[in-house]
Design a protein around this ligand. Structure first.
Ligand code: ADP
Ligand code: ZN
Length: 720
């Protein structure tokens, strides 16, 4: 009798050993169903003895119940799952679930049934059914998806299906994907580009597990360079995984890939419908999908044969997952390349300091592009010192910036104003009694959103209609908006430049690929003169007639003093500045600041990236913080304040003492109340050569927490 070790999916227990029934072929990596108590649950056959769980004697083993009809998870992917769980102190089952997300385990079906309203309403109408008719148009989707869109239970949809209100459509999920062609269009690269592209192609050909840092100013043609790595992978018959920070909004980029390779890539992100997901999944695991463009969740999928992994805009903070398994997709991508034996390309105009330090240490291979492609110049950057050149009260556009915008408007060119704050105003208060509108679930102010007429919390999503009176003192006409958000800047533009056609670009206005495409088309058709946007506009866009960028408040990111404040400010402003003057017309950038002498601002104005990186590296080295020293945040939370506090105190009381390993706190976490949970934080600061994860594991694992307490460990935290 053969015994196998199975990692259970939806279970906090295990792995456990099972026996293999006669006749069942169950190689390591197979996905199977096994009994657990009275239930049957899914799991993955793991390497014998893995995770060191206790062995059960052979006579007590229960047999594996069934096996899924799919290729086994490869050895490199199993190693990646183990590494991720170990490094980020997560359970291997939680990581494995990312490799086999819901909807990926399926039976023999070759199609999925979707439904669409026929237009014939049923004789009996209920309020719920009416809501279905109000909210659904021509959507075609599964019952579950339709229920979610209409905001009703699945039962309501099903009853409408049986009364004939919907027609059923069988959607095949094994349609093949069009084949991309590496030589569909071959661009002629300039010398710098060619050298970088040749090196990447060589690494793909030889399957070298090398991490590359493709570092080149905005518009230097990095995309064209890594496309050559994709082309080489195609020639080798291998797959490319291209990770993007915000996949749902990147239709123009997908179109660019299609133009280069003659076939659309296979997208993978949380917004896919079930049929699209299954179809993509089938093709990823069979190897039929050649170019996969995905959000960070695409990193753990079971690719048949990866030839190269590319992380575009690799400095972006959205590669860091902040709940569940708290991993950094950029770093895990490098590990996946190592296990799979394929190169990994981190592409950025403003690399993370970590990546720069790795390149300097010789751990990543640098590929550097020094010029903008085709002779376009980097924009000229000037400062507006707000202590000298202040705008009038309750305005935020200083006179020199306004004058530059007027010039652009007169010349028929476009301007972009950047302010990384959604909504109209970050705080609303009562002039009469001083009441401030706070989120009931979080220690955060409610943000005034005038476009939607609501006050909203940006942390938990709680929202309420904009009040007309103060809930504290009952006065009316007493509520004041404090500070600017993009909507308020847009109003200011309307008042100052009444003829300018405006577009606000935030996740509130651009929430779907269609909206993003619409926005791009409008700008390209020159139907927009002034774009006012959050960090959403700092990414990727290429508008030839955009020649002016104004940074409304460069100081926002610098306040608060977190570890990466300087780095993030530098990246955001350099990226948004990079939107200006990308073609023949030269660009100009104004940075409004109250701290013209801050080193970050100075480096931006001088166009001296190297000075910035050198100073920032030195400061981090001196303080022994990442990437030199290491950090981990331990967040202990409960809905009950006293319970959270007590649990944190107990954990702090038994904090390990170890050379090169220090624990600070507990102290209230920066968001001390989040989604109704009170949060305390212990911060671990460790030397690089200390086994930080092992010490933390040995410290926290034996602890017994009160039932309402949750403990989350964030290794290499971004916000802490
Ligand atoms: P980056 O990714 O570095 O910001 P892109 O690859 O987007 O730069 O290139 C900027 C612009 O220059 C794009 O419009 C791109 O099509 C164009 N470009 C870059 N390299 C070439 C090339 N070798 N031939 C033709 N156009 C190019
Ligand atoms: Zn909230």
């Amino acid at each position: 009798m053969t015994r196998v070790r199975v990692l259970l999916f939806n279970s906090a227990v295990g792995p456990f050993d099972y026996s293999v029934p006669a006749g069942m072929d169950l190689p390591v990596g197979s996905v199977a169903q096994v009994p657990l108590g009275p239930r049957r649950i899914d799991g993955i056959v793991w390497d014998a003895g893995a995770f060191g769980a206790a062995e059960i004697e052979a006579s007590r083993l229960r047999p594996v119940a069934a096996k899924y009809d799919m290729p086994p998870l490869s050895q490199p992917l199993r190693r990646l799952i183990e590494w991720t769980a170990d490094y980020y102190l997560a359970s291997p089952a939680a990581v494995a679930r990312m490799a086999l997300p819901s909807g990926s385990l399926f039976g023999p079906g070759r199609s999925i049934t979707e439904y669409r309203l026929t237009g014939e309403p049923p004789a009996r109408m209920t309020p719920q059914r009416q809501q279905v008719y109000d909210r659904l148009g021509g959507e075609q989707a599964t019952v579950r998806e339709l229920a979610a869109i209409a905001g009703v239970s699945e039962g309501v949809i099903r009853s409408l299906v049986s009364s004939g209100a919907f027609e059923a459509v069988e959607v095949p999920i094994d349609r093949p994907w069009p084949r991309p062609d590496p030589d569909h269009i071959t661009p002629s690269l300039n010398q710098e580009q060619q050298e970088a592209a040749d090196r990447l192609a060589e690494a793909v050909r030889r399957a070298e597990p090398v991490p590359f840092l493709l570092d080149g100013v905005t518009g230097s043609g990095k995309t064209e360079v890594y496309f050559e790595a994709v082309a080489e992978a195609l020639r080798q018959g291998k797959q490319t995984l291209l990770l993007l920070p915000e996949i749902a909004l990147t239709q123009p980029f997908l179109t660019r890939i299609e133009a280069r390779f003659g076939a659309a890539p296979v997208p993978w992100h949380s917004g896919l419908k079930q049929t699209e997901r299954r179809r993509a999944w089938n093709a990823i695991i069979s190897g039929d999908a050649k170019i996969i463009v995905g959000a960070r969740s695409a990193l753990f999928l079971p690719y048949a044969n990866l030839g190269v992994i590319i992380v575009d805009e690799a400095h972006e903070t959205s590669f860091k997952q902040e709940d569940g398994v708290r991993y950094n997709a950029r770093d895990v991508a490098v590990m996946r390349g190592r296990f799979e034996g394929c190169p990994v390309v981190l592409s950025s105009a403003t690399p993370a300091l970590e990546s720069r330090v790795m390149a300097e240490a010789g751990r990543y291979e640098p590929l550097i592009l020094t010029h903008r492609y085709g002779g376009a110049q980097l924009p000229r950057i000037s400062l507006i010192d707000l202590t000298q050149d202040a705008p009038p009260r309750n305005q935020w556009i200083a006179p020199p910036l306004l004058a530059a915008m007027q010039e652009r408007l007169a010349r028929g060119e476009q301007s972009l104003l950047f302010l990384n704050r959604r909504g109209y105003a970050p705080l609303t208060l009562c002039r009469h009694c001083g009441h401030r509108f706070k989120c009931p679930n979080c220690s955060a102010w409610m943000v005034d959103h005038r476009l939607s007429g609501r006050l909203a919390c940006h942390h938990c999503g709680h929202a309420e209609p904009s009040p007309s009176a103060c809930p504290e003192c009952g006065e009316t006409d007493c509520l004041v908006a404090c500070g600017p958000g993009v909507e308020r800047i847009a109003d200011e533009v309307a008042a100052l430049l009444p003829t300018a056609r405006r577009a606000i670009v935030t996740s509130d206005t651009i929430w779907s690929p269609e909206k993003a495409a619409e926005f791009v088309a409008q700008v390209e058709a020159k139907a927009i003169d002034v774009i006012i946007g959050t960090q959403l506009v700092t990414k990727g866009y290429h508008f030839p007639d955009l020649t002016l960028v104004g940074v409304i408040d460069a100081d926002i990111g610098l306040e608060g003093g977190d570890l990466r404040a300087g780095e993030r400010t530098f990246q955001q402003i350099a990226q948004v500045a990079g939107r200006a003057g990308r073609a023949a017309k030269p660009g100009e950038v104004f940075i409004q600041t109250r701290h013209p002498d801050a080193p970050v601002i100075d480096a931006l104005v001088q166009g001296d990236r190297e000075a910035f990186y050198a100073a920032e590296t030195q400061a981090r080295r001196d303080a022994n913080v990442p990437p030199f020293g290491r950090l981990a945040a331990i967040i202990i939370s409960s809905e009950d304040h006293a319970e959270a506090h007590e649990a944190a105190r107990q954990a702090g009381a038994v904090a390990p003492e170890h050379d090169g390993f220090a624990v600070y706190g507990p102290a209230p976490a920066p968001l001390s109340l989040l989604r109704g949970r009170h949060r305390y934080r212990l911060l671990v600061h460790a030397r690089r050569n200390v086994e930080m994860q092992r010490i933390i594991r040995e410290w926290l694992q034996p602890m017994r927490w009160a039932p309402g307490v949750r403990v989350a460990v964030d290794v290499d935290p971004y916000s802490f």
